[in-house]
Design a protein around this ligand. Structure first.
Ligand code: HEC
Length: 135
């Protein structure tokens, strides 16, 4: 009985390590997309080491995104932080972040990104804390 429990525990540890490694890989893949797409020209982000000022900072965007959806002026369709970030990347014109309505450097859309690149990019933005803490 104890043996079985120990085995189950081992399998559990093994699986969680595997899942963690996969998530870290995905976040790192997203970080590469972030860099290759030059998001940091306009956005400040600690994990990516960028200092752009033409758009809002990306540190803590997972929490900020939740608040954007609740803004009475928000007209998009997003119901979750993930949806909001996806929408901001694909259709940036739907919602203008307060204070950046008149930015001379409008955000272009990134509809040309492949689905897996977009997924990884969003995953990185949502989990960037984990990437930094590990460096
Ligand atoms: C030319 C400058 C520019 C580039 C390059 C750019 N953005 Fe933006 N971004 C902006 C501006 C300006 C805003 C605020 C106005 C708006 O909401 O459209 C913004 C808003 C956002 C928002 C919403 C932020 C918030 O606080 O609600 C996200 C998410 C975002 N950008 C992600 C990205 C990603 C990911 C990339 C790269 C694939 C990128 N941006 C590239 C200028 C840029």
């Amino acid at each position: 009985m104890l043996n079985r429990l120990a085995n189950l525990l081992l399998i559990y540890c093994f699986l969680s390590t595997l899942i963690f490694a996969q998530e870290k890989e995905k976040a790192e893949q997203g970080l590469q997309v972030y860099k290759a797409s030059y998001c940091g020209l306009c956005h400040q982000d600690t994990a990516a080491g960028t200092k752009g000022i033409f758009g809002p900072p990306h540190d803590g965007i997972a929490v900020i995104a939740e608040a954007r959806i609740l803004d009475p002026y928000y007209r998009g369709k997003a119901k979750t932080a993930e949806d909001y970030i996806r929408e901001s990347i694909l259709e940036p014109e739907i919602y203008q972040v307060p204070g950046f309505e008149l930015s001379p450097h409008r955000m272009p859309n990134y509809k040309h990104l492949a689905e897996n690149e977009l997924d990884a990019l969003i995953f990185f933005l949502l989990h960037q804390q984990e990437v930094i803490n590990d460096q």
